[in-house]
Design a protein around this ligand. Structure first.
Ligand code: ADQ
Length: 479
């Protein structure tokens, strides 16, 4: 399969900036989109277009140039004004689309001003893509902040190859109906040749929304790949469950530094079983719900006192947005509350870490953990679930996974599925996981590892590009 030059477009380039001792520094960002896409660009090369923040300066350009370093890809940053950042990103993207697409409509703020900026900034992204790319390049746009970029590009380059991948869930028509700009968003999405979503459920929801709100389109094909014919032409819509670089996690998990670190962790925790939670700070991840369920578990299963510890790692995210600052305080309050109620000298039930953790450390914690506890209220996929399994080379851990995570349909072959809103159910699942016999742990974990090994990030990319080739071939037949 020949892969054309790739122009990857996402809201942010994967570097965040901060000032330390008066000096501007760049660090690699954490998050699912970066974890999944960076390995692809490292293999194929190309250009990554995304916002570099709100301040352009020679210093920032220098940091980005250095960060590209030996990588075969380059950054093409654009810069937003404070007003754009606030209304497009914090406003439309994060106060409307993010909560709505995660079924949390009561958290939405449908401010019409946000829409104006969403359209304007999407056009600005299209300008940046046009400048950074050539007409034959494959332009691959990512995620919910950029649903209108293709529309602007299509107007300027009718023959462009445009693909889109949505990392978050697509809601059902009942929920999507609340969006005042519902029809416009759907019509503009159809400017892509290919739209990838995470799961069959998301694909069905998108098709159902098109039927409801853009009745003029013609929809054909079966579940595997649907084709929508609209005024823009043909758009292929398919589910591509995203994954991780299984081999990288698997190998790093058996590296000397990781094994040393696991040994240190095990020596400290001794015969205490470890449950782990790893999340970006976000209300969709169900962190307060998990902490409450853990408190419930300790209250109702006293035999586990001094026998289990929850390591909860939270990476700061969307700092400065009031709702996220509030969530941080809520998480801290719950950690203090549970620890205050149950701690004893020599045993603190929740070990709370609020920072980005280096990859070696993260993998060592996964490897040392007997249970991963993932309680997203809704999640596009949840890569942590897959990373945990890939790091468990000894197949000796149990995955407790929210049934509302996109990973659930795949990982149900081995995970214990839970409803994150049901603290009694999560408590019972945790008991089952902690008491599960080694043979059953192994059987379940091997099934999940097999699945993730087969359907890793490289398979995901190949499937996506194959679909794109087929789409191009079909378009030629119909032209
Ligand atoms: P995210 O919402 O960011 O991704 P997720 O898929 O769980 O969610 O990925 C989080 C990533 O951040 C993982 O790679 C994890 O290792 C890393 N991470 C989390 N906490 C960390 C910490 N403290 N230190 C270092 N790294 C940390 C979005 C969607 C998801 C979808 C992905 C990919 O919301 O549903 O799975 O995109 O499509």
């Amino acid at each position: 399969m020949s892969i054309p030059k790739l122009v990857l477009v996402s809201n942010r380039i994967p570097i965040s900036f901060s000032t330390e001792d008066g000096e501007l520094k760049g660090q690699p960002s954490s998050g699912g989109l970066v974890t999944s896409l960076e390995p692809l660009l490292k293999v194929h090369g190309g250009i990554w277009v995304g916002s570099g923040g709100t301040e352009d300066s020679p210093q920032i350009r220098k940091i980005l140039k250095e960060a590209s370093g030996d990588n075969p890809y380059k950054f093409a940053p654009l810069f937003l004004t404070e007003e754009e950042q606030s209304n497009f990103y914090e406003g439309f993207s994060n106060e409307i689309v993010w909560p709505l697409f995660h079924d949390l409509q009561s958290r939405c703020n449908f401010d019409p001003r946000y829409w104006e900026f969403y359209e304007r900034v999407n056009r600005k992204f299209a300008d940046a893509v046009e400048e950074a790319s050539s007409p034959d390049d494959l332009i691959w746009i990512h995620d919910y902040q950029l649903m209108q970029v293709a529309k602007s590009l299509r107007d300027r380059r009718p023959g462009a190859r445009l693909a889109f991948f949505l990392h978050i869930p697509f809601p059902s028509p009942d929920i999507f109906a609340k969006l005042p700009w519902r029809q416009q968003i759907l019509v503009d999405l159809l400017a892509h040749d290919l739209i990838g979503v995470q799961t069959g459920r998301d694909q069905r929801n998108l098709i159902a929304c098109l039927r409801c709100f853009v009745p003029s389109v013609k929809i054909s094909g079966r579940d595997k790949g649907r084709v929508v014919v609209s005024e823009h032409g043909r758009t292929h819509i398919e589910a591509f469950p995203i994954s991780i670089d299984f081999h990288a996690f698997n190998e790093q998990s058996s590296s000397a530094p990781v094994l040393d670190r696991v040994q240190q962790i095990k020596t400290r925790t001794h015969d205490i079983q470890i449950a782990v939670g790893v999340d970006r700070l976000d209300y969709t991840k169900g962190i307060p719900e998990r902490l409450k369920a853990f408190g419930y578990f300790l209250r109702n299963y006293p035999a586990f006192h001094r026998k289990v510890e929850l390591i909860q790692i939270v990476v700061p995210s969307r700092e400065g947005i009031p709702r996220y600052d509030q969530l941080k305080r809520e998480v801290e309050r719950l950690v203090t509350h549970v620890n205050g109620e149950f701690s004893e000298p020599g045993w603190v039930p929740i070990n709370y870490i609020y920072r980005a953790v280096p990859r070696d450390e993260l993998i060592a914690i996964y490897r040392a953990a007997d249970v991963a506890l993932i309680t997203s209220l809704k999640d596009g996929m949840n890569l942590v679930a897959k990373e945990y399994c890939a790091a468990k080379t000894e197949a000796n851990g149990v995955l407790v996974l929210s049934e509302f995570a996109g990973a659930a349909p795949e990982l149900r072959v081995g995970a214990i599925l839970v409803n994150p809103y049901d603290e009694v159910g999560v408590g019972a699942a945790l008991q089952r996981a902690l008491e599960m016999r080694p043979e059953e742990r192994r059987r379940r974990m091997l099934r999940m590892r097999h699945l993730i090994r087969q359907a890793d990030i490289h398979t995901w990319r190949d499937r996506f590009f194959e679909a794109l080739e087929k789409t191009a071939a079909a378009a030629e037949v119909h032209s």
